[in-house]
Design a protein. Sequence first.
Length: 480
Amino acid sequence: MTKARDLANIITGGFTADDIPNIPASKITSGQFADARIADLNASKLTGSIADARVPASAVSQHATSFDDNKIVNDISTLAIRQASNENKSAYNTNSMYVDVFQDGTGIGSNTNAPRDTNEFVSAITSTQTSIPVKFLINQNGSNNSTTMTDATGNHSITRNGNTKWDTAQYKFGSSSIYFDGNDDYLQMSDSSDWNFDNDNNGYTSEMWYKQLGTTGEDGYGNAALFGQHSGSGNGNPRRFVWRNSASGVKHYASTDTPDGAGEVSNVANLEDGNWHHIALVYEHNSGNGKLGVAVDGTWGTPSTSGVSTAYSPGNASGSYYIGVGQASNGATGYLHGYMDGFRITHKNMYTIGTNFTAPTTAFAATETTLAVSATGNFISNAITAPSSVSKMGAIITYQNQAGTNNLNSDIVLQLSADNGSNFTTATLTAMPDFTTGIKMAKVNDLSVTAGTQLKYKISFANQSSGSKEARIRGVSLQY
């Protein structure tokens, strides 16, 4: 550096790369580099380790994508059972081997409360996807600042008002949510019988995920509208709406119903805590003895009007359906200020009023997962034809403790037969080394069976319970 260099130029960042080409990191003892100074730093220039504090988790997680490891688990299970079966075959001098890892159901002859899952396992606890009568659904992930919003069912057109837009800064699921600024932002759908509670006697549910930002947009009574219908007249009647109240949580009001003005106030006093909240408005038909309920994060509120829980009769609130704006009886308008990540209307009471529930853990969809739980169950293979009569058999199973710990020979029982299932012999399974993926193995060798050429296995489950003891059989191998 020469004396001629201008001091001001130095102060304002006038160093060149040639001025400090090899300054050791140990000489930089304090201060911070501005992002702009290292924006284009080549990774090849970095050596050694970088302290965790220099790389925040958010800088990594925002670039990470979700990963389903089920296929890896299946592959490891397949490799494990084939390798172990080959070793068993050699050690016990058996001639043949059969392996099924449930990539399809062709190897299973019958089952009782233990079907094959499409994720390639067999269990007494299974989930199935069934269609539900969804009439309106917003579950997309729009790009940042996008103003395109559609009903995923295709039943309704959405009119966007104000500056309502998608925002990738906040979301409950996926990668974005819809932002309402509390000032003339809302969504509007034309009047439809789909908004009627008692349209087909199957019940009704409106639900949303939202995050409240503040009191901007309130109507003067501390109310900010969430969703519902109103006519647009001076007092909004006829109308049916769900509001967020700054003092009393969430409440429902309907001018069309019996009892008149039926309301339900949630027991959550403050929703302005910066968290996402699930709001559900549910109507149960109950053969004419209707019930109405509002739940926040799975907790039901207390009825504020007599008869709501025993003899609720909904009327028709004819008018457009709105999300993010509502009208009070004095004509005052209240707006939602915050984010919405998903909205769904279903002609079914999705939740049982009075029984608290766990709020959905995935984005709203047009299907629901039904869990079938059987404490006991079994499945039997199709017959495998041996080239000659067999009187001794060996077997290896791979399995997972999806929940709890399943004990071999009591919670999971293996039986073998060589006479087409006329006589099954119960095996005593011995545990083999586990895999870090959670795959476990067990084996039996030289099990004496009634002689024959039609080989079958039978696996039975016992003591199964959702969330506390769940066994998944990943593969079965026979040696003979």
